[in-house]
Design a protein around this ligand. Structure first.
Ligand code: RP5
Length: 167
């Protein structure tokens, strides 16, 4: 039986510095993943072959990052019925606004769950994939809740430090 995993696809290796945040979040939750550079425009046949094969091997969620005229997430969503999360990369003269619109404006029936442009989106793609997998995995659901509580505690600690400074 194949092991469930998340596939993290990037249109270029230039997307990796941003997408490292996604890989870090997946590692935090001990989620198996594959990361791959494959492009909707430059390697369309290889992208199609990978997505078909990955789904057959147990991929549960696809995370797709691309910049400029970003079609990777949409192209992948057209191949698979697994959830697809799109990360618009903030490269180029339009600073990711082009990628945001290309990723989010999908026609009805072929959804892409689009997160924020750039590093916050990359991080949230990892958390969103974890939350999707947690629907059927109680241990992961607990880990996601604990992580959220830790983040709330960090904000409270920052506020306490500010209040101490102001006193
Ligand atoms: C997109 O074009 C890639 O996802 C990347 O964000 C952008 C630029 O790619 P490179 O020219 O750096 O390879 O397809």
């Amino acid at each position: 039986m194949s092991k469930p995993f998340v596939a993290v696809l990037m249109g270029s290796d230039s997307d990796l510095p941003t997408m490292q945040a996604t890989l870090d979040v997946l590692r935090t939750f001990e989620i198996n993943f594959e990361a791959k550079v494959t492009s909707a425009h430059r390697t369309p046949a290889a992208t199609h072959a990978y997505v078909t094969d990955a789904e057959a091997r147990g991929c549960k969620v696809f995370i797709c990052a691309a910049g400029l005229a970003a079609h990777l997430a949409g192209a992948v969503a057209g191949i698979t019925t697994r959830p697809v999360i799109g990360v618009p990369i903030d490269c180029g003269p339009l600073k990711g606004h082009d990628a945001l619109l290309s990723t989010v404006m999908m026609p009805g029936g072929v959804p892409v769950a689009t997160v924020a442009i750039g590093s916050a989106g990359a991080k949230n793609a990892g958390y969103l994939a974890a939350q999707m997998l947690a629907v059927g995995d109680e241990a992961l659901a607990v880990a996601v809740k604990e992580e959220r509580a830790k983040s709330a505690e960090a904000v409270q600690a920052k506020d306490a430090a500010l209040q101490a400074k102001l006193a």
